[in-house]
Design a protein. Structure first.
Length: 396
């Protein structure tokens, strides 16, 4: 300066401020092929991995998976997981992804990927509406806004399936028997066989009808056990019950016009589901189901009167045709085999008629030992032995 003072300033190095950078990679999985990156059919499952970078630790991740206008139903899924796995794309459409990160300094970076995923295939809108004049149990189903649909079918969640080939147009009605929430699914199929399911909901509100039943015995139910079903707990608030329909779970059914007890015995060991459906005079219905476990044990008869006699004990027989195959051996008190037999398709219940196989004559009165083994109709193996008593000396 004017006084002769001086100073020197060295150049300052450039300072670089590092901002966070959001980025990611993905792996797409699908059983359908893709052409030019467009998948032929849903579903497509995607695993996402964040490859984001930041000078300071990343504090949060915010993923948003959305669909573009026109995708039905619209998708808007969000998660704060760093690496989301198994994100499912279940419907045809165009999908976008956004990843937003925030680092320890509060800096934000957003990565938008538009048209991240394209899925082709058939699409439609499902319409389910309740018809209020039918006890609230009848619904109208309609398939709307079809695109690339070659055929469709509804799975109505009560064991019923309705196919487009069986319906004139795209509208039909269906009556549910139970008072509950059903989850029908509309499936649309294109010419390539791509099948897309659109879930719906049909809520049957209480209408005053309630089906209920119990059964006895509660335990030790086996092949041939007589099970008694009591529907007396069923009720109807506004009009009397007029019909009781039983499904015993093994293919057998009963249709009754009274609320009396009914009974049934089973010929196959399994867990069966017994259903009672009741209907009142107004046409309103309800159903009720209980599981019932049928064991594979069964009782053998222990007395027979022998061939040539009359009555239910004339022959040694099974209570029903329950066996796929069997072998039986009858031994007398001295250990001699008097009869050996197998299942006869013409007489599938027959075991022995008291005749000695060698002599062709009726065996003497007394106690005999049997050895029985075979396969039940549900492929369960059985091996049973015991005693039977032959009474009477009538010759054939």
């Amino acid at each position: 300066d004017a006084l002769g003072c001086s100073d020197t300033l060295n150049p300052v190095e450039n300072i670089t401020i590092l901002s966070p950078s959001a980025s990611f990679t993905d792996i797409k999985e699908s059983t359908a092929g893709n052409i030019g990156g467009v998948y032929n059919c849903p579903p497509v499952v995607v695993d996402f991995t964040s490859t984001s970078q930041s000078a300071s630790p990343i504090q949060s991740y915010a993923w948003t998976f959305t669909s573009q206008t026109g995708t039905v139903p619209a998708q808007n899924i969000s998660t704060n997981i760093e690496n989301p796995q198994g994100i499912q794309y279940l419907f045809p459409g165009i999908y976008d992804v956004q990843l937003s990160i925030i680092d320890a300094a509060g800096c934000i970076s957003i990565k938008d990927t538009n048209v991240f995923l394209q899925i082709a295939g058939p699409s439609a809108n499902d319409s389910i509406s309740k018809i209020l004049t039918s006890c609230g149990q009848t619904f109208e189903f309609e398939v709307k806004d079809q695109n690339l649909v070659d055929s469709w079918y509804w799975v109505l969640d009560d064991g019923t399936t309705i196919n487009s080939a069986d319906v004139a147009g795209n509208i039909f009605q269906h009556t549910y028997l139970g008072v509950q929430t059903y989850s029908p699914v509309l499936h649309v199929v294109d010419a390539l066989g791509c099948d897309v399911g659109y879930p719906g909901e049909a809520i049957v509100d209480p209408n005053g009808v309630s089906a209920q039943f119990n059964y006895t015995p509660l335990t030790d139910i086996n092949l041939g056990t007589t099970v008694t079903f009591d529907p007396s707990a069923s009720s109807s608030a506004f009009s009397p019950i007029t019909d009781w329909w039983w499904n015993y779970g093994d293919g057998a059914t009963d249709s009754l016009t009274n609320g009396n007890n009914t009974s049934h015995s089973y010929e196959v060991g399994d867990t069966v589901y017994v259903t009672l459906t009741v209907e009142n005079a107004a046409g309103c219905t309800d159903n009720y189901m209980l599981p019932l476990v049928v064991g594979v044990k069964f009782d053998f008869p222990n007395v027979l009167t022998g061939s040539g006699s009359n009555g239910p004990n004339a022959d040694f027989v099974l209570f029903a045709d329950i066996m796929k195959d069997f072998q039986i051996t009858i031994v007398n008190r001295w250990g001699n085999v008097v009869h050996e037999g197998t299942r006869d398709a013409a007489k599938p219940r027959f075991l022995w008629n008291g005749i000695d196989d060698k002599s062709g004559e009726l065996c003497n009165e007394g106690t005999y030992y049997y050895l029985f083994s075979g396969t039940l109709k549900n492929d369960v193996k059985v091996d049973i032995h015991g005693f039977c008593t032959l009474i009477g000396t009538t010759k054939p």
